[in-house]
Ligand binder design. Structure first.
Ligand SMILES: [Zn+2]
Length: 248
């Protein structure tokens, strides 16, 4: 048995080497017209199945790109007098794992330039753990309306606005706060109210629906790894969707 196994392994290795050689050959070829007519490399490569480790279907890997933004990109979410100029903000374009259990390559999140790289790390972790996100668009898509963005269950970060019910800048105005799946993770007032009808049921934090964040879970830990804190830890008001660099 042992001997046969070794022999088979050797055969596979040979085939694999052949396949690799073929691939390399194709990669180096610069003459398009010649492809297909020159010695077809198939004979050796296709007769032996590839090593079994490669049979799992390839799932799209997390990809991200951090780009600059201008005032024109932030027509509804930024204005003169905001605490951070557009030059201090970045757009992260990235893959996110959807509620439909599929990769979405078109996530867009506007964040503070200084937090962009850290947040890429967090969202890569969330993607790798298949934490599902409903949608991810800048609040400008909702004309800067926090209410409409939440109503659409949109995950977002930058929005130059005051804190909910307050008169001071929210951490969102600095691009230093992210709201994740705001329906499954609602803002609950100190008297227990949730402003969005469809999301009232998520006041019950025992629910295990996809996207619901629980104390100490991997989402909370992913943000904690960059020093960001969770609004679910607040006393009185609870903001279960909210993570920020200052904890406010
Ligand atoms: Zn928030």
């Amino acid at each position: 048995m042992r001997g046969r196994g070794l022999k088979r392994g050797a055969a596979l290795l040979t085939a694999f080497t052949a396949a690799t050689a073929v691939t390399t050959g194709c990669g180096q070829g610069s003459d398009d017209k010649g492809a297909g007519t020159a010695t077809p490399p198939r004979t050796t490569a296709t007769t032996t199945p590839p090593p079994t480790t490669t049979t799992t279907p390839a799932v799209q890997r997390f990809e991200s790109r951090v780009t600059k933004v201008t005032a024109a990109d932030l027509k509804h979410s930024w204005r003169e007098g905001c605490p951070v100029p557009p030059s201090g903000l970045r757009m992260i374009q990235m893959t996110y794992w959807g509620m439909d259990k599929r990769p979405h390559p078109d996530g867009r999140l506007i964040v503070n330039a200084q937090a962009a790289d850290d947040l890429v790390k967090v969202f890569r972790r969330l993607y790798d753990m298949r934490y599902p996100i409903r949608r991810m668009e800048p609040v400008d898509v909702y004309k800067g309306s926090d209410f409409d963005s939440i109503e659409a269950n949109n995950t977002s970060a930058f929005n130059c606005r005051n804190s909910t019910g307050g008169t001071r800048w929210s951490q969102h105005a600095y691009g230093l706060a992210v709201d994740i799946n705001p329906c499954e993770n609602p803002y609950v007032s100190s008297s227990g109210e949730v402003a969005h009808k469809d999301c009232v049921k998520f006041r019950n934090r025992q629910r295990r629906d996809p996207g619901v964040i629980h104390d100490g879970d991997r989402v909370v830990k992913a943000f904690a790894s960059i020093g960001w804190e969770w609004g679910g830890h607040w006393s009185g008001i609870k903001d279960y969707q909210h993570f920020s660099s200052t904890g406010r």
